[in-house]
Design a protein around this ligand. Sequence first.
Ligand code: SAH
Length: 362
Amino acid sequence: MSALREEIATIIAHEGPISVERYMSLALSHPRYGYYMTRDPLGSAGDFVTAPEISQMFGELVGLWITEAWRAAGSPKHAQLVELGPGRGTLMADVLRVGRVSTPFLESIDVHLIETSPTLEAVQRRTLAQSPRPINWSGDFSHTPRGPLFVIANEFFDALPVRHFVKGARGWSERLVGLDQRGGLVFGAAYEIEPDLRAQAQQGAIIEVGAIGQRLMVDIAARIAADGGAMLVIDYGYLETSLGETLQAVKRHAYVDPLAEPGEADLTTHVDFAALARAAKSTGAKVLGPVTQGAFLRQLGIAQRAEALSRRATPEQRTDLAAALQRLAGEGDPRKTMGSLFKAMAVTHPGMYDLPGFYPAR
Ligand code: SAH
């Protein structure tokens, strides 16, 4: 039994069953044994691969988008550029490299990386050692100074803990993680909650609520609505809030039981983009999209970028570029391509004109 599983079993033995939210939070962020705290999970040798690790094209296009958003905000002289959950720092390195094409942009931004993992912060410090701008680290977005705000979040919201509610014979209750007869971790339901959460559902149905993500979105969108700026969220997720749960655990590129090895596998959910959009709009901010990652990247010119890079590439690099283009923007099998499973959504100041990637299809 992993050390964290033992610790969670002890917590449950003392306090009773815990929420899925607390379970996820312990599994991912326990200071000693949490999944992200102890390792660099990214890359082919790790547990999963993200878009910026597939190809520089992804970060370059996100960089162009951010500089364009800064221009659309009136090129503010003093702005905050924030990345939530920067992983290895690869995306920010690509964004800042593209930012060099616009000196006024680079000179106007303070860079803030929001990261809870000391292991990944160390990797980010190495990746960004040559950064053209000084970089600040914080474990919490709320410490970011006020002012026009530009936020990037790639595969971040999926890592935030969610709550589950399950419909039983007498109504809805929160789904909890408890202990079975032999001390193993199991899902169960405990106290009853408001029975009118969803009147229509069948018994056994589950609702997943990303309360932590929605609160963070409200905080960020409220600041964008007040101070100006824009946020780009890219993640795997769905367009309409619906019944069902999406909690999944991934270890070495394969799915495993989410209760089997807390702290040893990546625990995520699919992001409810409709809920994030509602949270953002409730502050008066404007929401663009969500659109598929494929549509977003194609509108920003990923095909042209791949072609330009191919012109001065070796035959082998050319094959890699074609594969990366297909993987990032292709809309086939979601196990092989990200283009349709992943969505892009932007939150902007209500007065800002629409940004590229989100123009209506012609
Ligand atoms: N954006 C990166 C990494 C995605 S993995 C990429 O696209 O490659 C998720 C990242 O979020 C990791 O850096 C992880 O340590 C960080 N993270 C997870 N939960 C967090 C939290 N509550 N606050 C800040 N960072 C968090």
